[in-house]
Ligand binder design. Structure first.
Ligand SMILES: Nc1nc(=O)c2c([nH]1)NC[C@@H]1CN(c3ccc(C(=O)N[C@@H](CCC(=O)O)C(=O)O)cc3)C=[N+]21
Length: 305
């Protein structure tokens, strides 16, 4: 089988368009302009790129967008102070702190400091609890699994009854919430990870395979059942000497996922590419979550996505 390439970029553009129209409607009806604040600690170049693209997309949606860059040596107390300030700011509806944080700062403490009704990343205990207890409509669902789930629904349908799903990876940001979403859609779900025995065999049982391992191109065709839907959550920047050297004299780089695309595509019915798959959906869902936060703050029922 030669797989369909799932176009996450085009799907994300449609969501962003719908968010933009809903933001206009909200502003027209209530005068509320959705506001997103992104806090970044330190100058990690990859984080800078993501934060820049979040800010750009927020503006495209007609949101107020603010970015707070704090030095790499910022104390935990200073960051918590900034979060309290943004929690209290009525023009900010969505607030996220870019992860990872430098070692002197306790990430769990920072995540818990974000007001649950502004926690558009969905990482705080209130939103994790809502998702895990089936109150999904009230939860902010983490953006990457939420975006991956839309791609899965587009290809497989809304009801995954009778389907098996394997999620490779057990992070709080992707693996666990992804498994909850699949379970809520009635799939039979396995969470596999680095200690799983015979991972390829476990993965070959999956009608829906979600790779979130953080190992470049690890999931080859040997892990894929014929006709499976494969969702690649990995974003890995690897050296690409074939592209020559960049200005600093080091080899140029390219982005690859956790899935070896060509090899997986020989077996799968559909695969997401990297770039252009789940990544753009992550940003689109951040916009959708921020819009939802603004609707709720204005006492309005948010549109669904
Ligand atoms: N609190 C927090 N929330 C996050 O949502 C969060 C975070 N921290 N830390 C870092 C990761 C990473 N992340 C990505 C978002 C979009 C793309 C994306 O759009 N990728 C493009 C390619 C981008 C490129 O070319 O570099 C694509 O896959 O097509 C990738 C990665 C959000 N993250």
């Amino acid at each position: 089988m030669t797989a369909q390439t799932i176009d996450g970029k085009a799907r994300a553009a449609r969501i962003i368009d719908a968010v933009k129209r809903a933001a206009e409607a909200l502003r027209h009806e209530t005068g509320t302009e959705p506001g997103l604040a992104v806090v970044i600690v330190g100058e990690d170049p990859a984080s800078q790129v993501y934060v820049g693209s979040k800010a750009r997309t927020a503006k495209e949606c007609g949101f107020k967008s603010v970015k707070h860059v704090l030095g790499a040596d910022t104390t935990e107390a200073a960051l918590l102070g900034k979060i309290r300030e943004l929690n209290a700011d009525p023009t900010i509806h969505g607030l996220l702190v870019q992860l990872p944080l430098p070692g002197q700062i306790d990430e769990a403490k920072v995540i818990e400091a974000i007001a649950p009704d502004k926690d558009v990343d969905g990482f705080g205990l209130t939103n994790v609890g809502r998702l895990s207890t089936g109150a999904i409509d009230e939860a902010f669902v983490p953006c990457t699994p939420a975006g991956a789930m839309i791609l899965i629904r587009d290809v497989v349908g809304d009801d995954l009854s009778g389907k098996t799903a394997v999620v490779v990876g057990r992070s709080n940001i992707v693996g666990k919430p992804m498994a909850q979403l699949l379970l809520a859609a009635n799939a039979t779900v396995t969470i596999a990870h680095s200690r799983t025995k015979d991972l390829p065999a476990v993965c070959r049982g999956a009608d829906i395979l979600v790779a979130a391992v953080g190992r470049p191109e690890m999931i080859t065709g040997d892990y894929v059942k014929d006709g499976a839907v494969v969702i690649d959550v990995g974003i890995n920047r690897i050296a690409a000497p074939e592209k020559g050297l960049s200005d600093d004299g080091k080899p140029k780089t390219r982005l690859v996922g956790d899935v070896a695309f060509a090899s997986a595509a020989e077996k799968a019915a559909a695969v997401t590419p990297v770039p252009g798959g789940v990544g753009p959906m992550t940003i689109a869902m951040l916009m959708a979550n921020t819009l939802t936060a603004a609707y709720r703050a204005a006492g309005k029922t948010p549109p669904g996505f």
